[in-house]
Design a protein around this ligand. Structure first.
Ligand code: KG4
Ligand code: ZN
Length: 330
């Protein structure tokens, strides 16, 4: 069985994982940099890049040890080549190239978004193409029709902030700390989602896209008014985001004939209320709902190894000149 080593370093998680071509996760290791970035309330690219340099090689060794393997047992090296914070991307990609060069094994350069997009197939081996994917992370908010490996049609994207970015900014505004998404979710659980009137940008419009900037400004005004409890603002904000995600996804579903499932991936997909709302939406459309387990929604290397497995199986490998890309649309 083909064994793929996956490396991820595009944001603030350093990770290494070993996955087989039939979807067994042999090992996955991750080091989060949350503590290093917390004092700044967000990810500092320079700090991130240096931390990846320190963390990555030991994580690879640990993953190999977990699987009771050596590099000789690995068949394919897969590394994130973008999009992301370029210093970090370079650490993982150059490491992957060096390993591929030294061992003579093939290299697969993975688009981080493709890692998220295919991760539901690692979690659920029965998931077939085509599916409608809501990809909601810190840097992206997109609806994609996934027709096959390397075949992605973008139906919608955000015209300003990503959904995760809106969670992070709201957390900062409300003094809930970093990372923002889980903090807002926790506060929201104790609040009233109808307490604060907030806009639902673009909901009900004919255009397919997302927008969260207006929502963020409204949250700021609500916080500054001193009229509302933090928990109520968090709950109302989360509900507004969910309403936007649902409305836009419903619209995309109507335009997506023949899809086998509604699928969600990316860090915001770790949010239980988001998952719950999407489950109901899928049911209403008679479609199965597929969401990876929480740890596979946020950044990790198993999804990169898996995307590497899928690309390798489709005959897609890369040579050692492949560039690291800060921007790289799917
Ligand atoms: O996919 P990811 O780990 O990294 C990117 O590729 O961006 O996503 C991180 C984003 C952050 O904005 C984070 O606040 C958000 O996902 N997030 C959440 C939750 N967990 C992570 N947002 C809402 N609720 C959560 N539980
Ligand atoms: Zn991500």
């Amino acid at each position: 069985m083909t064994i793929i080593l996956g490396l991820e370093s595009s944001c603030d998680e350093t990770a290494a994982a070993l996955v087989t071509a039939d979807g067994q996760i042999l090992a996955h290791r991750l080091a989060t940099q949350e503590d290093a970035h917390r004092p700044y309330g967000g990810v500092v690219p320079e700090i991130a890049a240096r931390a990846h340099v320190e963390a990555l090689a030991p994580l690879i060794e640990a993953a190999l040890a977990d699987a009771k393997m050596t590099l000789a047992d690995v068949d394919v090296i897969a590394a994130t080549a973008g999009p992301g914070l370029i210093g970090g991307v370079m650490v993982g990609l150059v490491t992957g190239k060096a390993l591929a060069h030294a061992t003579g094994k093939p290299l697969v350069a993975v688009n981080h978004l493709e890692g998220h997009a295919l991760s539901p197939r690692l979690a659920d081996q029965d998931l077939q193409f085509p599916y409608l994917l809501l990809l909601v992370s810190g840097g992206h908010c997109q609806l994609l029709r996934v027709d096959g490996v390397g075949q992605y049609r973008r139906l919608a994207t955000t015209i300003d902030d990503a959904a995760g970015e809106a969670f992070d900014k709201t957390a900062k505004l409300l003094g809930l700390g970093f990372p923002g998404g889980p903090a807002v979710e926790k506060a929201a659980a104790r609040g009233n989602p109808r307490a604060v009137p907030l806009p639902r940008p673009l909901v009900g419009t004919e255009e397919p896209h997302f927008s969260f900037a207006g929502l963020k400004s409204a949250v700021m005004r609500a916080a500054q008014s001193g009229q509302y409890a933090v928990e109520d603002i968090a709950a109302s904000f989360q509900q507004a985001v969910i309403d936007c995600l649902l409305d836009r996804t419903r619209r995309a579903l109507a335009a997506s004939e023949g899809v086998t499932a509604l699928v969600v991936a990316g860090g915001v997909a770790a949010n239980q209320s988001v998952r719950g709302a999407l489950t109901t939406l899928a049911q209403d459309h008679g479609l199965p709902f597929v969401a990876p387990p929480l740890w596979l929604c946020t950044d990790n290397a198993a999804m990169i190894a898996w995307a590497g497995a899928e690309r390798y199986a489709a005959g897609m490998t890369d040579d050692l000149t492949i560039p690291a890309r800060p921007r790289w649309p799917l």
